[in-house]
Design a protein around this ligand. Structure first.
Ligand code: AMP
Length: 283
């Protein structure tokens, strides 16, 4: 696997592959790779001739009070995981190479980038869409793989790609979980043993909500109140950021569940802010 640090060299290699008629795939990450990332890279491996992984802790998607400096890093392990999962190239630029000091262009998406995570992280998604656009312009992949764990991010990227006619297929990969149901996340390392023991309730509560909806409770206010009570009881150390039930494409909150919806949650658990979601389909 080649490791490339500069945007120019990355673009040159990617465009060379495209000129050779090869199908290329990109998996954007912030590093500290785990089995969730590994699974995304394996999917890319099965669906492309050349697989590129980016490891870039993107400063523009963190607000000044957030955990950019504390975010875990382990570049050696990232290289190992990416190689094992079948990546051909790992792109790991310095922030200074990605953003010149007078960079003044943002890609912003309205609609799905409102509400949910944007309520407490109002500048987060413009950082994501700007860096993903830059990575897309550098790599021009045929396919890009993102995780459904960041459901709103995926919806925002799908909207951006559609609205800007980016010729890139987006694949949303199912959430990879620990055996006890906790979604894998680089930030799980922040959890104390006590918090870690409670964290699987995030998922358990969502499954209960899904079951209640399928069994006939379609009133989202009642479903959300029930989930909040479940979390208060089972994750007493946690502080709920949001519990929402939204349309899976537009991310608009729903009063009543009709056909398809997504329940999405964010809960502060000590130093970690955990997110999770579940798709709901009712007849
Ligand atoms: P991150 O490094 O956290 O920015 O994640 C990079 C990509 O991996 C994003 O598309 C995430 O949604 C995805 N991802 C992270 N954790 C998981 C997981 N547990 N299951 C599936 N995808 C994940």
């Amino acid at each position: 696997m080649d490791i490339i640090k500069t945007p120019d060299a990355f673009q040159k290699q990617c465009w060379q592959w495209r000129a050779q008629g090869l199908r290329t795939a990109l998996v954007p990450t912030m590093g500290f790779l785990h089995d969730g990332h590994r699974s995304l890279i394996s999917h890319a491996r099965k669906n492309a001739d050349k697989v590129m992984v980016s490891v870039f802790l993107n400063p523009t998607q963190f607000a000044p009070n957030e955990d950019l400096d504390a975010y875990p890093r382990d570049f050696e392990n990232d290289c190992r995981v990416a190689t094992e999962a079948g990546a051909d190239l790992l792109f790991a630029p310095d922030p200074a190479a990605m953003y010149t000091p007078d960079a003044s262009t943002w890609v912003t998406v309205d609609g799905p980038s409102q509400g949910l995570c944007a309520t407490t992280r109002p500048t987060h998604f413009r950082g994501v869409t700007t860096v993903v656009s830059k990575l897309f312009m550098l790599a021009m992949p045929c396919l890009a793989v993102f995780g459904q764990k960041d459901y709103q991010q995926l919806a925002v990227i799908r909207r951006m790609v559609r609205d800007l006619n980016m010729p890139i297929e987006i694949f949303g990969h199912p959430i990879v979980r620990e055996d006890d149901g906790l979604a894998l996340s680089s930030r799980n390392i922040y959890l104390t043993p006590e918090e870690r023991a409670r964290a699987p309730h995030l998922r358990k509560g969502l499954v209960r909500l899904q079951q209640a909806a399928v069994a006939g409770q379609r009133d989202t206010k009642a479903l959300k109140a029930d989930l909040a009570a479940y979390y208060a009881e089972n994750i007493p150390l946690g502080r709920i950021d949001y519990i929402e039930i939204v349309d899976p494409e537009s991310m608009v909150p729903q009063d009543t569940i009709r056909q398809k919806a997504v329940a999405a949650v964010a809960v502060y658990c000590g130093k970690a802010r955990l997110i999770d979601n579940i798709e709901i389909e009712v007849a």
